[in-house]
Design a protein around this ligand. Structure first.
Ligand SMILES: Cc1ncc(COP(=O)(O)O)c(C=O)c1O
Length: 328
């Protein structure tokens, strides 16, 4: 495994991937089971999606679909947009992202900071509507290039070639189960396909949200539009994730393991714990897609009481020293 810190990189793009795997210390209930988390929040802008953003842009350049002077367009609930914004900023392509209004303010702020232009769906619109808006934005304009994470084979390929290889090396091939959430399905298809080629006994477990949910980044592929890249034959088992359990497990990850991750990481970890429950020994690898700081304003971590400092929270140093505030 190449280390990220032992050399000078040509650009920020070279620091994508090679994320660490850590052992879950407290939440894993079975002493004989090794539960390992691949922390994609370690990517430079904090999510797994930077891998596919780079792969899709470089493939479009190679194919001659994207050249200097053109504008990149994508529909995204945030993380792919942020990945694309980083890549496009460096390479000099203007970027337009169509996104649902309900996406967290942190994601919008990061996208704007990176110079992306944002276009929003209707108030209730989801990623399917964002997808249609991105299509419409490119329909009659040849200066715009549509990048489509739900149909682009470079999405799953980035995981097949990168993420899966890292997991295989990091575990020295000792892996029995791989668990990940379903969004575009690129992670599960790419990693699952490669791991099964390397070791056919590996079980691939997909975590899918309920039809109506608040798990940003995840998609119920049986109720919402099914991504063209989805290959159900890679999946051995699907676990349905409820909002309450995804949110509660993300909070537990922070408080018990010191792992500050997002809602879909809570969903994936809850799924992994369900898998572990049925095992006595073996190794489970669960992929945690992004960092928690992207959700500070959402119901995951926002505490209305945090907005203001209450008098009882103030430590009165001067009074305890017996002096006046001015002397403190
Ligand atoms: C936060 C988050 N978690 C999970 C996923 C799902 O990953 P994939 O699209 O590879 O299925 C995404 C995808 O957008 C995401 O943004």
């Amino acid at each position: 495994m190449t280390s990220l810190v032992d050399r000078i990189h040509d650009s920020i793009l070279d620091t994508i991937g090679n994320t660490p795997i850590v052992r879950i210390q407290h939440l894993c209930p079975k002493p004989g089971v090794r539960l390992l988390a691949k922390l994609e929040g370690f990517n430079p802008l904090g999510s797994v999606k930077e891998r596919i953003a780079l792969a899709m842009i470089e493939a479009a350049e190679r194919d001659g679909r994207l050249a200097p002077g053109q504008t990149v367009v994508e529909g995204s609930s945030g993380n792919t947009g942020i990945g694309l914004a980083m890549v496009c900023a460096l390479k000099g392509y203007p970027l337009i992202i169509a996104m649902p209004q309900k996406v967290s303010v942190e994601r919008r702020a990061i996208l704007r900071a990176l110079g992306a232009e944002l276009v929003f769906t209707s108030e209730t619109g989801g990623t399917d509507e964002a997808w249609d808006i991105a299509d419409a934005l490119c329909a009659d304009d040849r200066s715009r290039v549509r990048i489509h994470q739900y149909t682009d084979d470079n999405n799953w390929w980035a995981h097949y070639r990168g993420t899966a290889r890292e997991i295989w090396r990091q575990t020295a091939g000792e892996i029995d189960v791989f668990v990940a959430g379903l969004g575009t399905t690129g992670t599960i298809v790419g990693v699952g396909r490669r791991l099964k080629e390397l070791r056919p006994e590996v079980q691939v477990v997909a975590v899918e949200p309920e039809a109506v949910h608040s798990q940003q980044g995840l998609r119920n592929v049986h109720h919402a539009r099914r991504p063209a890249i989805f290959d159900p034959s890679v999946v051995d088992r699907t676990i349905v994730s409820r909002d309450e359990s995804a949110f509660a497990t993300a909070r537990l990850l922070a408080r018990r393991e010191g792992i500050f991750a997002g809602i879909s990481s809570g969903a994936a970890m809850a799924g992994a714990l369900e898998v572990v429950d049925g095992m006595d020994e073996g190794t489970v690898v669960v992929l945690l897609p992004d960092r928690g700081d992207r959700y500070l304003s959402t119901a995951l971590f926002a505490d209305p009481g945090d907005q203001q400092v209450r008098p009882e929270q103030v430590y009165d140093l001067a009074a305890r020293r017996g002096g006046t505030p001015a002397e403190a």
